[in-house]
Design a protein around this ligand. Sequence first.
Ligand code: C2O
Length: 546
Amino acid sequence: AKTHHHDFVIQATPVKRLCMTHNTITVNGQFPGPTLEVNNGDTLVVKVVNKAQYNVTIHWHGVRQIRTGWADGPEFITQCPIRPGKSYTYRFTIQGQEGTLWWHAHSSWLRATVYGALIIHPKEGDSYPFPKPKRETPILLGEWWDANPIDVIRRATRTGAPPNVSDAYTINGQPGDLYKCSSQDTTIVPVDSGETNLLRVINAALNQQLFFSVANHKLTVVGADASYVKPFTTSVLMLGPGQTTDVLITTDQPRAKYYMAARAYASAQGAPFDNTTTTAILEYKTASCSSNCVKTNPVFPSLPAYNDTATATAFTTKFRSPRKVEVPTEIDENLFFTVGLGLNNCPRGASSSNCQGPNGTRFAASMNNVSFVLPSNFSLLQAHHQGIPGVFSTDFPANPPVKFDYTGNVSRSLWQPVPGTKLYKLKYGARVQVVLQGTSIFTAENHPIHLHGYDFYIIAEGFGNFNPKRDTAKFNLIDPPLRNTASVPVNGWAVIRFVADNPGVWLMHCHLDVHIGWGLGMAFLVENGVSELESLEAPPVDLPVC
Ligand code: C2O
């Protein structure tokens, strides 16, 4: 196994998009940031130097970080932010994961522009469980704001209103042909005809689930979230923010150019969303087509309607592990978490300019009615490791405080999220089941729920209220998919299982950044086991302090 050293300089860089040049926060002046390539078993050492004017941290999305929680990256969870002018070196080893992950800033809305691909090839000497692709191309789906994204979320936080939606979606940083001033920079994916290539599709958008399709080409799904899956063929993908999907594509078509395109899967009824479409071009270099086809316009793929939940869910429920896997059959912790939005009444005496949500409220979100609040003087992991009292409590509820018809027509008075920094404690090795139950308070929506430090099996999902009597029969304990981000269906539920074998403090949250900003998250505190190999490593000497 190798050790890879990288320097990430966080800096403001002029980037021109949609006819305007913006001073954009980037890594090493690149947007999107550098692609990191490693083999399973390798170690990464990334020195992050902050030359920007904002606090920053980097999260290695989906990396298990076994015993190395100090390198996970979420601000105030596993570390204090890297202040302007300071640096921090992330050091971790890839253990047992192969496929596509990514990295992104985990501080305010910086990840709008601070992100990149993390590609994990098979262990040295091993091969893919499919024929070796001729080319491999990362496809990073993103979201672009004309305004500074940090200002967008600051304004929303101040006013209590929803933030402005984005001005474009992007593929590898470029909006593409359908946007103003963009066509000359459209991303080109060069191919030769008659080859099978691997597209590593990553949804790095801040706030939007996306459909993705390539005109006239079938996509064979072979992996997701750095785990292989039982291959299946589809013409459209749906990815929630945070999710990755590896697909094989065979270049067997006669024309020279085909569009690939992505646009919103917007599951929330009536909520505003960016309704634009981003494109890139799959360009055949050798003409297997007759000479005239080179001049024809590229063919456009058909994408589902923005509210096509049937297609989105049919896709997300197709995933299976390639073979029988070891899902815990017994469980030690049976948890039931509601995930959803809400509205908070304005505090007494608050000015109306701070209460710009519906009917003078403020937007909020919660799990089990707790709106997650980050600490500000310590990271949770540091507070846990050093035994600092008063930073968090460990009374995160195992069940919602009141039971009701979660996906029915509920009155919001039932459900005013209460702010808190509450963790749920797990013994080392505990076998955990979490039912993630979507709610319809204020509006129902498909929530991409991401767990740090773990992959989990998604053993079932469905619509309506989870009913243990009826729905336990649907549990797949044979070959469920292993993921780090689950799309909890709009007005529905998903059940996940994992073994708590990685000590530390691990955030679980909705990967729509606006929702985590409103509190849609919680954290697990996983205790050390008995031996050193079951315990969190000592913190690095350069760990930032608050
Ligand atoms: Cu990809 Cu907590 O995030």
